[in-house]
Design a protein. Structure first.
Length: 227
């Protein structure tokens, strides 16, 4: 059994989506970032870096931190969504690392300066939104002649999609990126992806609901990123 310690963030959703798509049984442990659950001694025993998600495979008594590492482990465990041939495996891992080293960090910083930081530092906002747009254009180019980022639907698509789908929250312009739009919508129709982005809650629906009422979500984000 997989024990999943997670929160409603793109990185958290990467692992819950993978678990759903791979049809691996798991238990959910919701980590409240606002309350600082990720900094408790109990959680730090699982991940000294104090970040979600974390998975524990109780069958082999193995704890894995870092969402990218989790995706590779789970795909190998299930024998799906990661090719075994050298070329296919390399291609999937390349696009997975593209998300880990580019899409995630740039969109994450766009979120910080566009949504959460107390002062509006426009050069920082422009920097991360523009770089996010550039990376989206790279994805769009890859998807021009490919249905998915690699040969078939894979953990690379899961990782990138879980971030790209939140483009509006980062303030990144997606106009004209028709290939990316097609891919984004296609993956959103998959039942496993739909279910995975509701674990432990659907953050986009939560954002919409809270923004209609007040700016509590922005205040919450500001508190978290400054800790």
């Amino acid at each position: 059994m997989i024990e999943l310690y997670t929160s409603p963030t793109p990185n958290g959703y990467k692992t819950s989506v993978a678990l759903e798509e791979l049809e691996i049984p798991y238990n959910v442990h919701a980590i409240d970032l606002q309350k600082g659950d990720q900094k408790t001694p109990e959680f730090l025993k699982l991940n000294p870096n104090g970040r979600i998600p974390v998975i524990v495979d109780t069958e082999v008594d193995l704890t894995i931190i870092e969402s990218g590492a989790q995706l590779i482990y789970l795909a190998e465990k299930a024998g799906k969504l990661l090719p075994t041939d050298t070329k296919g495996r390399s291609l999937v891992i390349q696009w997975l690392m593209f998300q880990m080293g580019g899409i995630g960090p740039m969109m994450g910083q766009a979120n910080v300066f566009f949504r959460y930081w107390p002062e509006k530092i426009q050069p920082a906002i422009d920097r991360y939104q523009n770089e996010g747009r550039r990376l989206f254009e790279v994805l769009d180019g890859q998807l021009k002649d490919h249905e998915y980022l690699a040969e078939d639907f894979s953990i690379a698509d899961i990782a990138n999609w879980c971030w790209v789908r939140t483009y509006a929250w980062s303030g990144i312009n997606v106009d004209g990126l028709d290939n990316l739009k097609r891919w984004r919508g296609q993956i959103a129709e998959r039942p496993g992806c739909q279910k995975g982005v509701t674990v432990p809650v659907d953050i986009i629906k939560a954002m919409q609901a809270r923004l209609k009422e007040n700016n509590d979500l922005v205040k919450t984000g500001s508190t978290i990123v400054q800790k």
